[in-house]
Ligand binder design. Structure first.
Ligand code: HEC
Length: 134
């Protein structure tokens, strides 16, 4: 009986830990550091802001869906889906899951630039998003 209770406790704990790990396995600051290191130079918020709000030869800018500044809910320019604020100070879940961030950088950069963003562009965008305060 005791063994069974213990097993159930362990299973519950491991499920809980998995959920926590999935909800957030990193921080915005860690991701900024990661991309700055790969770029070989620190992300710069003003450059990130310019990159985020300008179009790059296609129909949309980053701000078309995420808003300008991206501190409130955004709205997908194609589907109308409501998006939670991208700036971490306004949405604690933002930029806390590296796989999710990677996936959306890939998809969104392709939509806006028809290519992947460079490490420097990602570092600049992250520096900009982190610089936005309440
Ligand atoms: C056509 C609409 C659209 C455009 C344009 C767009 N995004 Fe997104 N973006 C989304 C959607 C949808 C998500 C997923 C939101 C969710 O599930 O919470 C997302 C998520 C993200 C995330 C992940 C956030 C996280 O918590 O990890 C990042 C980073 C991001 N976008 C950056 C950008 C950048 C940089 C650009 C410009 C190059 C851009 N986006 C342009 C729709 C867009």
């Amino acid at each position: 009986m005791h063994t069974l209770t213990r097993l159930i406790q362990l299973a519950t704990l491991s499920l809980f830990l998995q959920t926590v790990a999935h909800a957030g396995d990193t921080t915005a600051a860690n991701q900024l550091q990661h991309w700055s290191q790969l770029a070989g130079s620190a992300g710069q918020a003003p450059r990130g802001q310019q990159f985020f709000t300008q179009k790059h030869g296609e129909q949309w800018s980053c701000a078309s869906c995420h808003g300008n500044p991206p501190t409130a809910q955004g709205k997908h320019a194609g589907t109308g889906k409501i998006l939670q604020p991208l700036a971490p100070a306004f949405n604690p879940a933002s930029l806390t899951d590296q796989a999710k961030t990677d996936k959306w950088f890939r998809r969104n950069c392709n939509d806006v630039l028809r290519r992947e963003c460079t490490p420097q562009e990602k570092a600049d965008v992250l520096a900009f998003l982190i610089s936005l305060r309440r």
